[in-house]
Design a protein. Structure first.
Length: 289
């Protein structure tokens, strides 16, 4: 059942990260996210939230996913923060649907707010949810910022990869890559600061060395290694591959430069997906066990 729960968490994280990140990226670029994709992600977020709830209840009760213990579900919804978290997320996701029919330049910004709220609720479904008092509130705030920064990066990767794979408007793709560098730097800085804060809050500063003796610690190290690889690829995109593409545009032969950029973005996006899978698994583990 742990596998089902991890799969449900992974799918939910990926969905809400894309939902929050895509409109934020296109808003920053002065473009527009695809309404059909945003609508599908919002509906999927509702379905995956329900799947996560049933998988969590099944894991607690040791029952099959499709034959849940309704008393455990009732306890989760009424006596834990899960009920409030799911209610807030559902309201945020449902509020996106009528906005899909809104016209005007402010559409991306209007979608970005409820999408960000829906993604931020993930901070109340992991280790941060167990923290109490003022420290717990700070932990959840940091985790929410961590989630939103990751979503911004993930959504940008999806949009940039889609643009790079298209044969049309290569000039605009190069311009978007150049413009995203500032936002990317802010996302990375936020991820590093909030990630370090979350690690200290989860295990405690004196217990950090003990992570090397736990499964949680090794998965966390794997996540950090993948994150480091993403940073290297992002730096290559910014300082080498994008300038090469811009130079190739002036020369008229964009084939090799565009191919290298596509490969880099594809690998970086794949690494981001692997990190989401590790995060889904980490949230089910005892950090020091």
């Amino acid at each position: 059942m742990d596998g089902v729960l991890i799969a449900a968490r992974f799918a939910l994280y990926a969905d809400l990260a894309a939902l929050a990140g895509l409109p934020l990226f296109w808003w920053s670029m002065g473009g527009s996210a695809r309404r059909g994709a945003i609508g599908a992600l919002a509906v999927a977020g509702l379905a995956l939230s329900a799947l996560w709830l049933f998988a969590s209840a099944a894991g607690m009760a040791g029952t099959p996913l499709l034959s849940p213990d309704w008393s455990v579900l009732a306890i989760l919804l009424r006596e834990t923060p899960v009920g409030m978290v799911l209610a807030v997320r559902a309201v945020a996701l449902l509020s996106i649907l009528p906005l899909l029919f809104r016209q005007g330049a402010g559409w991306n910004a209007a979608i970005a707010l409820p999408a960000a709220i829906a993604a931020a609720t993930l901070a109340w479904s992991g280790h941060a949810a167990a923290s109490e008092g003022l420290a717990g509130s700070a932990h959840r705030l940091a985790d929410a910022l961590h989630v939103l920064a990751a979503a911004g990066w993930f959504g940008a990767l999806l949009a940039l990869l889609g643009a790079a794979l298209s044969e049309r408007r290569i000039e605009r793709t190069a311009a978007m890559l150049e413009r995203f560098s500032l936002f990317g730097t802010l996302f990375v800085a936020t991820l590093i600061v909030t990630g370090a804060f979350n690690a200290v809050m989860i295990v405690g500063l004196p217990n950090l060395p003990a992570l090397l003796d736990s499964r949680y610690g090794w998965l966390l190290l794997a996540k950090l290694a993948l994150f480091g690889a993403m940073l290297l690829l992002a730096a290559a995109n910014r300082w080498r591959l994008t300038p090469r593409l811009e130079a190739a545009l002036k020369g008229g032969d964009t084939g090799p430069a565009l191919g290298h950029l596509r490969l880099s973005l594809l690998v970086e996006t794949s690494l981001a997906i692997l990190i989401l899978g590790l995060v889904a698994a980490l949230g089910t583990l005892d950090p020091l066990a």
